[in-house]
Design a binder for this molecule. Sequence first.
Ligand SMILES: [Zn+2]
Ligand SMILES: [Zn+2]
Length: 305
Amino acid sequence: MRAQGVGAVGRGLGLLADTWTLLILQRAFLGVTRYAGWRETLNISDATLSARLRSLVEADLLEPRPYREGGRERRGYALTERGGDCWKLLLATWYWEQQWVPREVPLPDIVHRECGAAAGVQLACDHCGERVAFRDTEVWRKPGAPALQLLSRVHPRRTRGRLPSDPLSLLPGAMEIIGDRWGATVLGAGLAGVRSFTAFGDELGISPEVLSDRLRRFIELGVMERGFGGTARDGRYRITEKGLASFPIHACLIDWSLRWQVADGAEVDLEILHAGCGERLRVRLVCDRCDTPFTRGSVSPGRPR
Ligand SMILES: [Zn+2]
Ligand SMILES: [Zn+2]
């Protein structure tokens, strides 16, 4: 979708902040290349799968790779360079879910091939190499731009229906955070310091119904809280520790958007700066066991615990 007037980060959100899209990409990283493979492992309808694959090809995240089987040509797809570059977003998502979302069947460990350990994922600045937490950053928005009104011309799209139930692909917490565009935008605005219901509405141009729904779900999920001032009348919202821990997910999404959507001619609408070195935060993900950066091929799922 090339919505007019939407900047790079808005476009990136429009593209990636969608549960099925993220699950299709995740499966591609795990080696799925055939239409039938997604269909079976994701328990997704043909209509939804075809529509998402078409969008992913249009956006140059996947490319068609037809193959022959039983004398017939069948549909297959491979990750492109920019699709493959989503690995950091998916790794950050996996780690946050594993750390913060209680579940009956635990997510598999993230095994770092270089050191062989079940690893934790730390966010670092690719320019200076330092570890980065949310408090070490500043958000820069394009001057004169209508604040965070990134998505006003992109229609919200909710994922309904049954999601897959195997332990690796179901990431219910993370999908609340980045699996839909409005949710991702509301939490991003919360991280950027928006506190009141009115301010969210003004900044995002979001309908009160959609805003109430997303705020309610974020409070249920424990990433936001309300009335923390201790008085019943204090209706302000803020991000909890669990919400702050999801910062690497947002940083990866923004980093990816700026790299690839600016290359396509989109304007820079928002940046995260690393206060330590003053540079734009280009994401590096580091193994907390051996201190070396992860690379795209350096992680695999451990055996389910
Ligand atoms: Zn830095
Ligand atoms: Zn390691």
